[in-house]
Design a binder for this molecule. Sequence first.
Ligand code: XMP
Length: 326
Amino acid sequence: SWTAANIAESLIEQVRAQVGDGRAICGLSGGVDSAVAAALVQRAIGDRLTCVFVDHGLMREGERQQVEKDFVAATGARLVTVDASETFLRELSGVTDPETKRKIIGREFIRSFEGAVAEVLGEGAEKGETVEFLVQGTLYPDVVESGGGSGTANIKSHHNVGGLPEDLQFSLVEPLRLLFKDEVRAVGRQLGLPEEIVGRQPFPGPGLGIRIIGEVTRERLEILRRADSIAREELTSAGLDGQIWQCPVVLLADVRSVGVQGDGRTYGHPIVLRPVSSEDAMTADWTRLPYETLERISTRITNEVAEVNRVVLDVTSKPPGTIEWE
Ligand code: XMP
């Protein structure tokens, strides 16, 4: 029967059988899926798992600190942080096509994991030790929408499915591959992960890189980070987090419109709010947020982020829209 305890137990057994006495690394993104995958594998193989946090520079405000603090505090897992923002931004420069961005980000994640192996093994590397396994928090919907399911089109390449290089040096361990998000959360709670981790709203591995429509640059990331942080703050303080599945905040970096502020003309960028309600992210409806909250978010973003002079609301369900814009 389906209980979180049964599922967790059988997934732990499967991981043990697959990894044997090998070593694994697990990329943490700050999201629920990778945290639960890591916690499962840690149960299965203990310290032969090392978690790797790749700071690709596409994180939201405060994300890195959250992983370094919350996850390690909850699990006691070994964590290595890789600073890769220079490389990611260099590889992304000049790129505007969404699938190309996704593939570059997927590839650079793997390169960063490969680069972290030496640090993970320490002196063991000289004794010929290796890391054979890479743990990923891939869920069933990620597989389906990346064209991995039978008879489905490739809608978009999720970074940990469609963007993997062909010469991957790791075997993949994907214990959550048949689960939906609510099941993953139940397993996470079963494993004793705190609510701040399992209750988090989804955030995509490619981060803000797929929420800047146009080329990704440091300056644009900074604009989006400020707008996103205001939107999140207002949604939380209005007590709305429980009602929304997630709320991407998107910067239309190549679009400008004319505005007026004080006595002057402005020529700034629009920010899109994309609040959605969903059960499993396969379908979604736009969330009817209270006007007062929308107004507060709009007023604050246009006042506090000089480059933004317009805030618009996405009122499209999925389908036909996807949740993320890229
Ligand atoms: P879409 O945009 O396809 O998103 O409707 C469905 C859900 O998946 C998240 N998402 C991703 N998560 N890597 C991830 O870890 C990805 O490449 C990725 N792309 C989309 C998205 O935030 C939503 O929750």
